[in-house]
Every structure is written in structure tokens, then in C-alpha cells.
Write a protein that binds this ligand. Structure first.
Ligand SMILES: NC(=O)c1ccc[n+]([C@@H]2O[C@H](COP(=O)([O-])OP(=O)(O)OC[C@H]3O[C@@H](n4cnc5c(N)ncnc54)[C@H](O)[C@@H]3O)[C@@H](O)[C@H]2O)c1
Length: 274
């Protein structure tokens, strides 16, 4: 995408964290920002905070798991603002803990938000990106979409799904001749938003600042990069996982503290859906 100026940019889960940082950054480039989030009060706070940085945005209360509401939401957006040109599927949840200690509904909610929400939003908004002169889809996965994550098994596997889904859609766009639609999967390590509070980050992989990450995502949109793998060690992960026998990759993950990091997860004081 040559420029973000005047592009209609829809960010799910945009009321705080990475989504809000993305709104601030892409808004500074002149993008027309739309935030969609479950949390109405957080959305109002986000809008005020963006206004202080001279970034105007429209906000919509939306639950991405409410699949039946999505066609109406799309119609409202079209009526009020026009078709979307950049979709950032960012809304996500995590519930840490030993698999059997968490209620099943938390595991299933993780899949509903992180997987079904992403698939359904893409289903309803990809036609806008295809119809646009230039369009871009950004799906926020995670470094845990590349590795196992004990104490976060459904979170990690939801992100494995995001990675497989987004990479497949990317190739599908190219095969169908929609070369004007860029597709990016974002796989960050831990980011300092509160979502992973309490976690001990792996060796040599300190928490990223959301602002650092969104700078890379902005570049990926402008340069049509397929993947954002941050911090640097995450770039090496697919290679190491591919060439090392499992006992060595497991051993390396143990040594770096990837295997045990989630044991001390506390997360946000309150999660959406609580
Ligand atoms: N923080 C990290 O360390 C980290 C690392 C890798 C990937 N990610 C991913 O980045 C994305 C953003 O994470 P964050 O750290 O900013 O988290 P966050 O909790 O700060 O923000 C997530 C936002 O999503 C919204 N949301 C949750 N469920 C929703 C639903 N059903 N419908 C609409 N909105 C909903 C929340 O209200 C919240 O505003 C997530 O997909 C997350 O999995 C985060």
C-alpha cells in the first residue's frame, strides 16, 4: 500500500493495548480510524486519548464473537463511512493456567474470539479489500503461534490457527489475481499491554512496547511484508523448529524459559467476558 492517507482502517479490539497504539500510529499517517471493541467505556477513553494526539476516530461497540451481528455492522460502516480498506484483526483474549484447571468455557471463548472472530471478520470485510484500489489485511497472531505454550495451550493453538488461516488467505489472494490485497500475519513475543502481566519473559526476549511493534506493522502494510516476527529471536524460531530434533527444540525452549513463562500469568485485572 503506497500510503495510509485517507484509507479507512478498521481495528478490532482497538480500545486499548496494541490496537490503540496501532490506531495512534496509523492515524498520524492520515488514516481514517475506526475502532471496534467489546468495551464501550474503554472505547470512549480511547477516542479521547487519540483526540489529544489530533487523531480523529469513529468507535463502535462490537463483539467479534457475535457473528450474526457482523453483516449489520458492515452495513452501518458502509452507510456512515464507506468500505474498509485496511482491516486489522487484533481483538484477542488469553486465559492462562493448567489446561484442566480452567473452565472449558474459557478455552472455548479463546477460540471464539481469537479464531472464529478473525475468520468471520475476514469473511465479511475481505470483499471490501478486494473491491478497493488497494487493500490490506493484518491478522494479529503471536510468537506462541510458532511454538507450544504450556499454561496457554488454547491461546497458543488459537494463534497457530491464525497463522495457518492468514498465510492461506495470502496465497489465495495471489492465486485469485487479487495482487492489490496485501496480507500480513503479526507474530510478536510478549508485549507490555497487561494481557500477559505476571509472565516471566523468555531469555533475550524482553517485553516489547506496543509502540515498537506497531511501527513494524505500519512498515509491513506500506511494504507489503507477509510476516512481522518480533523481537529478533522470533524470526529464528521457524528455522530452529524446522531443523532441530524435538528433544533439542524442547530443551532450548526450557533453557530460555518459554516452557515455564506462563506459570506465573496473571493478565489484566479483569478480562472481557468476565
Ligand atoms: N500483549 C501481548 O503480549 C501479545 C503478544 C502476542 C500477541 N498478542 C495479541 O495482540 C492482540 C492485542 O493484544 P493486547 O495485548 O493489546 O491485548 P489487550 O487485552 O490489551 O487488548 C485486547 C482488546 O480486545 C478487546 N476484545 C476482547 N474480546 C473481544 C471481542 N469478543 N470483541 C471485540 N473486542 C474484544 C478487548 O476489549 C481489548 O480492548 C491480541 O490478539 C493478542 O492475542 C498480544
Amino acid at each position: 500500500m503506497r500510503s495510509l492517507r485517507d484509507k479507512l482502517i478498521l481495528i478490532t479490539g482497538g480500545a486499548r493495548g496494541i490496537g490503540l497504539a496501532m490506531a495512534r500510529r496509523l492515524g498520524r499517517d492520515g488514516g481514517r480510524i475506526v475502532l471496534a471493541d467489546l468495551e464501550t467505556e474503554e472505547l470512549d477513553r480511547a477516542r479521547e486519548s487519540l483526540q489529544q494526539d489530533q487523531v480523529e476516530c469513529s468507535v463502535f461497540t462490537l463483539d467479534v464473537t457475535d457473528i450474526e451481528a457482523l453483516p449489520d455492522f458492515r452495513q452501518r460502516l458502509h452507510d456512515q463511512l464507506g468500505p474498509v480498506e485496511v482491516l486489522v484483526n487484533n481483538a484477542g483474549v488469553v486465559f492462562g493456567g493448567p489446561f484442566l484447571d480452567l473452565p472449558l468455557d474459557k478455552h472455548l471463548l479463546t477460540y471464539q474470539v481469537n479464531v472464529s472472530g478473525v475468520v468471520a471478520m475476514t469473511y465479511y470485510f475481505l470483499p471490501d479489500l478486494i473491491a478497493a484500489e488497494e487493500g490490506h489485511l493484518v491478522n494479529i497472531g503471536s510468537a506462541s503461534g510458532l511454538v507450544p505454550l504450556p499454561w496457554g495451550s488454547t491461546y497458543a493453538s488459537s494463534k497457530w490457527a491464525v497463522l495457518g488461516f492468514t498465510e492461506s488467505i495470502r496465497q489465495e489472494m495471489a492465486e485469485l489475481g487479487h495482487k492489490h490485497v496485501g496480507v500480513t500475519t503479526v507474530c510478536p513475543g510478549y508485549v507490555d499491554t497487561g494481557m500477559f502481566d505476571g509472565v516471566r519473559p523468555p531469555l533475550l526476549m524482553p517485553f516489547l512496547k506496543p509502540e515498537q511493534l506497531v511501527e513494524k506493522v505500519r512498515t509491513a502494510i506500506l511494504k507489503r511484508q507477509e510476516m512481522v516476527l518480533e523481537p529478533y529471536l522470533v524470526k529464528l524460531t521457524p528455522l530452529l523448529k524446522g531443523i532441530l530434533p524435538r528433544f533439542l527444540s524442547d530443551g532450548l525452549a526450557d533453557l530460555m524459559g518459554v516452557t515455564t513463562g506462563m506459570k506465573s500469568w496473571s493478565g489484566h485485572a479483569e478480562e472481557p467476558g468476565d
